[in-house]
Design a binder for this molecule. Structure first.
Ligand code: HPA
Length: 273
């Protein structure tokens, strides 16, 4: 049976021809504008891309923006589906499969998060160097064959991380580094859960990212994660997160993320392949 996402591949091919996608970037809550608005870009609503999510979370546009930067074709995903919307941890699998089939070799996942560390204040941009899957869920449950046993030792690619750090330095954007713990949501964590997360080694808590990373690692994509701290996690330095605050702070912090990624995507950047 032909997978649904093949229709998305065909739709993108009709828009951009045979040029392979080089890099895909998932833009999280409130971060959609980071893609920029170059009139030469092509935006395709997810509704025209079979297998892509029908996200209805406010703060997510639900479109794929295809842009050429420095000779490379970049696919920006403005919006993602979350596990908590449907209870399906594979909600992003069609999109990831389609992007890999379109040629993507690298994936940058971005997200909003709460910080468990007093020194990673609201507005901080953090490079995710590892994650803890605390949800008990895995998007590969039910998958068949030996490729489901995905190695997660270097899930976040050290070379890509080094390039992002260099780009951040060049753009004068402060970039922290830390471990992201995935909670299912949609309720925020309790202060006790956040204390536990910190004890277990998490610097950030959030409700996304990890399923996409697992799915993309299975396909061999090299991954980087960038998180914008939109609040102190519950109970940390008086943290009391809410969705309106997440969207507001993400929109304000999107500028720094845009500067970092624009610097990373400069034509002068080293080839990533
Ligand atoms: N917890 C979980 N997800 C989040 C948070 C948080 O504090 N902030 C933004 N996304």
């Amino acid at each position: 049976m032909t997978p649904l996402w093949m229709g998305a591949v065909a739709r993108v091919r009709a828009a951009v021809g045979d040029t392979p996608v080089d890099l895909a970037i998932v833009l999280g809550t409130g971060l959609g504008e980071v893609a920029g608005d170059d009139p030469a870009d092509i935006a395709v609503p997810y509704s025209e891309l079979p297998g892509f999510p029908r996200s209805d979370v406010s703060g997510h546009a639900g479109r794929l923006v295809l842009s050429r930067r420095g000779g490379r074709l970049i696919a920006w995903l403005q919006g993602r589906a979350h596990y908590y919307e449907s209870g399906d941890a594979r909600a992003m699998s069609g999109a990831i499969d389609a992007l890999a089939a379109l040629g993507a070799k690298q994936l940058i996942v971005t997200c909003a998060s709460g910080s468990t560390r007093p020194d990673l204040a609201t507005g901080s941009l953090v490079l995710i160097n590892d994650h803890i899957n605390f949800s008990g869920m895995n998007p590969l449950i039910g998958a068949e064959g030996d490729t489901r046993f995905v190695a997660m030792t270097q899930a976040y690619d050290p070379a890509l991380a080094a390039q992002l750090k260099a780009a951040a330095a060049q753009a004068h954007v402060a970039l922290g580094e830390g471990v992201y713990m995935w909670f299912s949501g949609p309720s925020f964590e309790t202060p006790a859960e956040v204390r536990m997360a910190a004890v277990l080694g998490a610097d950030l808590v959030g409700m996304s990212t990890v399923p996409e990373v697992i799915l993309a690692r299975r396909l061999g994509l090299r991954i980087a994660g960038l998180s914008l701290v939109t609040n102190f996690a519950a109970g940390i330095a008086g943290g009391d997160p809410d969705h309106a605050g997440t969207k507001r702070v993400a929109a304000a912090g999107a500028d720094a993320l845009k500067r970092l990624l624009d610097s990373f995507l400069l034509p002068s950047s080293e080839s990533l392949s």
